[in-house]
Write a protein that binds this ligand. Structure first.
Ligand SMILES: NC(=O)c1ccc[n+]([C@@H]2O[C@H](COP(=O)([O-])OP(=O)(O)OC[C@H]3O[C@@H](n4cnc5c(N)ncnc54)[C@H](O)[C@@H]3O)[C@@H](O)[C@H]2O)c1
Length: 258
């Protein structure tokens, strides 16, 4: 007899979630905890991380901790990972999700904004993946890294201009494929989730005419819920996907089918 639900279980695993205090990251932290994982929530503000971790521990009966760092800061990332290992153990799963968007067309974008987006969205994803992989390899453990890409990795969004964001997400997608191949020999899988438009705070504040434009262009004519993105992350994080690495799962209500 097969155990289909059991293959999606994260029982016995420790998952690190960056940007885990809000939006998609918060939903993923709860889904992973609901699937049995202990969780380490990372974001920039310690109080927020600890608050979310304590709510998750209370609600799901797992061990959870909050660890503050800027994912773009190499020293901060290494310190946070050391603190996680000391408090909770070596993480088996990383949901590499922290990201920012500063809209702007190429002609007007401030170069400082460009560099900050690359630092958080690209350097941050690399530094976190490397920090987790190094610790897994040192222990001879397998693991699963799930990077947050976007449909913006492969298409040009309209009507807004977001050159730096699109470029950063394309880098995340190809980094995913590259690390997947590099780390096959270590049993570390690396995959990417690419959402379309998701109903998070990021999108709840965009001008009505832009949101309407997106919904007309999305065959589902609605935003994704954060739960619908979390399910995709759970597939990659769990042993349901043991032959899957270097893959991208697009969750976009058919947006990119057109
Ligand atoms: N909302 C969407 O429609 C959508 C679509 C595709 C991809 N994404 C991606 O999903 C991810 C999460 O976005 P969201 O919509 O949940 O928005 P969000 O703003 O709620 O989440 C971003 C999280 O990252 C954290 N963060 C930002 N910079 C950080 C840094 N330097 N160090 C540590 N943490 C940092 C924030 O505190 C926040 O918790 C992002 O990478 C985003 O690009 C979002």
């Amino acid at each position: 007899m097969v155990d289909a639900v059991g293959r999606f279980s994260l029982r016995g695993k420790l998952a690190v979630i960056t940007g885990g205090t809000s939006g998609i990251g918060r939903a993923v932290a709860e889904h992973f905890a609901s699937a049995g994982a202990d969780v380490a929530v990372i974001s920039r503000h310690r109080e927020d991380c600890e608050q979310v971790a304590s709510e998750i521990a209370g609600a799901y009966g797992v061990r959870a901790g909050g660890f503050a760092c800027d994912v773009a800061d190499e020293t901060g990332v290494e310190r946070a990972l050391d603190a996680i290992v000391t408090a909770l153990g070596t993480p088996n799963v990383l949901f590499n999700n922290a990201g920012i968007n500063i809209n702007g067309g190429a002609l007007d974008l401030d170069f400082g904004d460009w560099k900050r987006m690359m630092a958080v969205n690209v350097d941050g994803v690399f530094l976190m993946a490397r920090a987790v992989a190094r610790r897994l390899i040192a222990k001879g453990l397998p693991g699963s890294i799930v990077n947050m890409a976007s449909i913006s990795a492969s298409i040009v969004n309209l009507p807004q201009r977001q050159t730096a964001y699109n470029t950063s997400k394309a880098a995340v997608l190809h980094m995913t494929r590259t690390l997947a191949v590099e780390w096959v020999e270590h049993g570390i899988r690396v995959n990417a989730v690419s959402p379309g438009y998701v109903w998070t705070e990021m999108n709840q504040v965009v001008p009505r005419e832009i949101a309407d434009f997106w919904m007309r262009a999305t065959p589902y004519h609605r935003f994704a819920t954060t739960d619908e993105i979390a399910s995709a992350a759970l597939y990659f994080a769990s042993d349901a996907s043991t032959y899957t690495s270097g893959s991208e799962l697009i969750v976009d209500g058919c947006f990119t089918c057109l």
